[in-house]
Design a protein around this ligand. Structure first.
Ligand SMILES: Nc1ncnc2c1ncn2[C@@H]1O[C@H](COP(=O)(O)OP(=O)(O)OP(=O)(O)O)[C@@H](O)[C@H]1O
Length: 572
């Protein structure tokens, strides 16, 4: 069942490559038998010469043999790079296709899907394929393995020219031993695949030892020994299983080789006792048996296909898992982004239920609620990263969001801001930084705007949590300046001190233009300045209004506000 699938991958190498590879491989497969035939003929004529009949046509035969050997060696040297190139082209095409498929997934929940992530890990894992180019190498390998049949047929014809049944009999043994060997390799790779989860777990543990993000806590809490123990436990178990399987494979390989030795010996004895007098034919038969042995046993290509089988299966499943979805509904021309009676949950239990919310252009809406109330989920629904389970969300296509865990790109400060609107001009980028008060901190960096924001780079710099948030706010300001109609700010100022947060909030208000701003924050000093405040509780919007209206209503908002105000007074 695997053949058509790898055949499908093969086409990705491109027809010119495949045609060149086919011609070259066919020549190389027929070449050992042709060399055997010409050598046999040459030896025969030499024997005739020794018998006094004169070495007729020796020059031509020698030239032919020389040409075969030279061309064979040149093409053999070309064959591997050509096959590798074809394999790499296939890998590149598969990567491109899968990346496009995952990027085309309209919602984040599909990308986060555990099954999809597992399949992607399996597909990429060099542990499975033992090479970075597994699928390509496998598809080309299987193709080359198919071509070996041509070599087998040629060698078979030579053997049958002496005694008709020798050819089919030897070829049958060759095929049988080849299949046996392939099955052993399949068993071996099944063991390797089985150890994948443990090996990946072990790698995850050991990655924590060297990952710079984890290094701080690993050292502070003295976790090195603990992590090493877990890494070793998982990896040692995987290595033990693979080593055992490898030893078993070696033993079985030996028996296959012995099988061949016996077959070759039988043919040689049969030739010797057949009364065949032509030295040339004897040499050709010996050459043909050797060629058959080489062809059926050098099945690395076949092995490669076995190794990559799980990766090929994973790609097939990813293709099935990640079909395109209908695009979300676009704004209906009223200029309003809206959630209507929305229901959403990550699993069985709903996180949001019956949520209806309309955002007006230029309005600042604050969303408040206790931890886990569903504020971030609401933000992700608004920007179309999740699809609701029920109700409708009208998505604003030109939205920009800054989440709590916004990306800290290992790029220059300039690119870290510009990334919000890659088409922005230098003036716009600098104006956005100025608007949120980030200019000074950027200009103080070792190379100013060109400083890479990562200490991993020579001349790179790092920023404090609050400074990073100013970069993220500059992105939002730039997006607004470049036409974003919706800004979602999910706790973008949590690391700023109160004064800096109020200042940042005022600045965002100033630059928002016609964009609606959704601000998620736990700080009521900022929240109270929003045009409208919604309270999320138990998955529903329980209160909605201005700060004064909500205080007057004496509901949950008023309670949370009082609590925070009291704490603030007590601490000052
Ligand atoms: N990717 C996810 N997969 C599964 N459950 C999730 C996921 N993200 C959030 N949740 C769950 O959904 C609920 C709402 O989470 P959400 O992050 O929206 O809350 P929040 O109000 O933003 O909380 P916080 O104030 O702590 O940031 C929580 O119970 C959380 O555990």
């Amino acid at each position: 069942m695997r053949l058509p699938r790898s055949g499908g991958f093969l086409a990705l190498a491109g027809w010119p490559h495949l045609a060149a590879l086919t011609l070259l491989e066919l020549f190389l497969l027929v070449e050992p038998t042709a060399v055997a035939l010409v050598t046999g003929e040459l030896v025969g004529r030499l024997a005739q010469g020794a018998a006094g009949q004169g070495p007729a046509g020796m020059g031509t035969m020698l030239a032919l043999l020389g040409a075969l050997l030279v061309i064979g060696n040149v093409l053999r040297a070309t064959s591997r790079p050509l096959a590798e190139r074809a394999g790499r082209r296939i890998d590149a095409a598969v990567r491109e296709e899968l990346t496009a498929r995952v990027l085309a997934l309209p919602t984040l929940d599909r990308v986060e899907d555990a099954v999809l992530q597992d399949e992607l890990t399996t597909m990429r894992s060099p542990l499975l394929t033992w090479t970075d180019e597994g699928i390509g190498a496998a598809a080309v390998g299987r193709f080359r393995a198919g071509l070996t049949m041509a070599g087998l047929v040629t060698a078979m014809l030579v053997l049958s020219s002496v005694v008709w049944w020798w050819g089919p009999a030897t070829a049958a043994v060759a095929l049988l031993l080849g299949r046996l060997r392939a099955r052993r390799w399949r068993e071996f790779f099944a063991v390797v695949s089985g150890t994948m989860p443990a090996a990946l777990r072990g790698r995850a543990w050991s990655d924590m030892l060297s990952d710079s993000r984890d290094a701080k806590e690993v050292r502070i809490f003295g976790l090195t020994g603990w992590l090493e123990r877990h890494a070793e436990e998982n990896i040692a178990d995987a290595v033990r299983q693979v080593t055992g399987a490898r030893l078993a494979l070696l033993r079985r390989e030996l028996s296959v080789f012995l099988g061949w030795a016996v077959t070759a010996s039988v043919v040689y004895v049969a030739v010797a006792s057949s009364g065949e007098v032509s030295v040339g034919r004897i040499a050709a038969v010996i050459g043909a048996v050797s060629a058959m042995f080489v062809i059926s046993m050098s099945s690395q290509d076949q092995d490669m296909a076995e190794a990559a089988a799980p990766a090929i299966d994973a790609v097939t499943r990813i293709r099935a898992l990640a079909p395109g979805l209908e695009p979300p509904p676009a704004p209906d021309g009223t200029g309003e982004v809206a959630l209507r009676d929305v229901r959403f949950g990550y699993g069985q239990a709903p996180v949001l239920e019956g949520v209806t919310l309309t955002l007006r252009r230029g309005e600042v809406i604050a969303v408040v609620g206790v931890n886990g109330a569903g504020k971030t989920t609401l933000a992700k629904l608004l920007t179309g990263q999740y699809r609701p389970d029920g109700g409708t969300v009208v998505i604003e296509p030109s939205a920009y969001a800054v989440y709590q865990d916004f990306n800290r790109y290992e790029l220059s400060a300039y690119d870290n801001v510009r990334i919000a609107a890659p088409e922005a001009t230098r003036e716009q980028v600098e104006a956005a930084a100025l608007a949120v008060g980030a200019t000074e901190l950027i200009e103080r960096l070792p190379r100013g705007w060109e400083t890479v924001l990562s200490p991993k780079y020579d001349g790179g710099g790092d920023l404090s949590g609050g400074q990073w948030q100013k970069i993220a706010l500059a992105r939002a300001a730039l997006a607004a300046a470049c036409g974003a109609r919706l800004l979602v700010l999910d706790e973008p100022t949590a690391n700023l001190d109160i004064e800096a947060e109020l200042d940042a909030f005022d600045r965002i208000r100033q630059v928002r233009g016609r964009a609606a701003v959704v601000l998620i924050s736990h700080r009521f000093s900022t929240v109270r300045r929003a045009d409208r405040i919604v309270v999320l509780s138990g998955g529903r919007i329980t209160e909605e209004g201005t700060h004064d209206e909500l205080l007057a209503a004496s509901g949950e908002y008023a309670r949370m506000f009082d609590l925070q105000a009291r704490q603030f007074k007590e601490s000052t």
